[in-house]
Design a binder for this molecule. Structure first.
Ligand code: F6R
Length: 249
């Protein structure tokens, strides 16, 4: 696991966007899995902007939505699908067959999981995952206690996720379950970048890096990924020992 620390969110976002572009330049038919939420907002915007400026061909690239709130439709501005549509899929002008997301209002969520797993297998795996981190150490909706061996699955959301998740919705929205790509997919992905910014993430980042690998803190899985990278702004890195800080870019 590598750690890179950037002076601020803008620099972190720029570096994340550049990595996404480089991945596609090296492998035009790359499969890229994206988290939603506040952290990936600027990285995704910069990716779309730079893609246009540099005229990078994305016609063969596939994008995956990491997760979704069960029961929340894509028209709801708090849904992950809404975020990805608005920030990435529509601005890039992707064809329908270039992205896969969970339909969390489907009556058959098991089948949604099977479809996502099949999409990933048919593309020979994920090349790059850009994930965020919850205050409880979740990645996607892989909540504390989840098995590292899970592929896509439906999960009861942790209390912290239910509470913090309200920040995405304009009015109180009942969210009790999530549907998510699993940590076995993450382990099999060729590269995983966990991004975090802001002081509020500093404590969980410290645990992610320093605690023993445990399913109680799903993000500790980053320590055992063969090509895992944690990219932080200075605030999210503020509780790490000084020896990490020389890596600041
Ligand atoms: C959302 C997702 C979540 C978020 C995490 C951090 O698709 O996968 O795990 O990445 O909750 O959210 P933000 O970035 O809003 O702090």
């Amino acid at each position: 696991m590598q750690i890179r620390i950037y002076k601020n969110y803008e620099a972190l976002s720029e570096a994340t966007a550049n990595t996404m572009l480089q991945t596609i330049q090296l492998k035009p038919n790359a499969v890229i899995c994206l988290a939603s939420g506040h952290t990936p907002l600027l990285p995704c915007k910069l990716f779309v902007q730079k893609r246009k400026e540099q005229n990078v061909d994305i016609s063969q690239t596939t994008f995956l939505g990491l997760d979704e709130w069960v029961g929340v439709p894509p028209e709801n501005e708090g849904s992950c699908h809404f975020f990805l549509n608005n920030t990435v899929f529509n601005p890039l002008g992707l064809n329908k067959n270039q992205f896969h997301v969970f339909d969390s209002i489907s009556k058959n969520l098991e089948h949604e999981c099977e479809k996502m797993d099949a999409a990933i297998s048919s593309k020979a795996g994920i090349d790059l995952m850009i994930v965020g981190i919850g205050l409880n150490g979740h990645i996607g909706f892989n909540e504390p206690g989840v098995s590292f061996k899970n592929y896509s699955h439906v999960i009861k959301l942790d209390e912290i996720t239910v509470t913090v998740g309200q920040k995405y919705f304009s009015s109180q929205t009942k969210v009790l379950k999530g549907i998510t790509i699993g940590l076995q997919h993450l382990m099999e992905a060729k590269k995983v970048i966990l991004i975090a910014n802001g002081e509020k993430k500093a404590a969980i980042i410290k645990k992610t890096i320093e605690e023993k690998v445990t399913e109680k803190i799903p993000s500790t899985i980053m320590q055992i990924h063969k090509n895992g990278l944690i990219m932080l702004d200075a605030d999210a890195a503020s509780l790490l020992p000084q020896n990490y800080l020389h890596e600041t870019e």
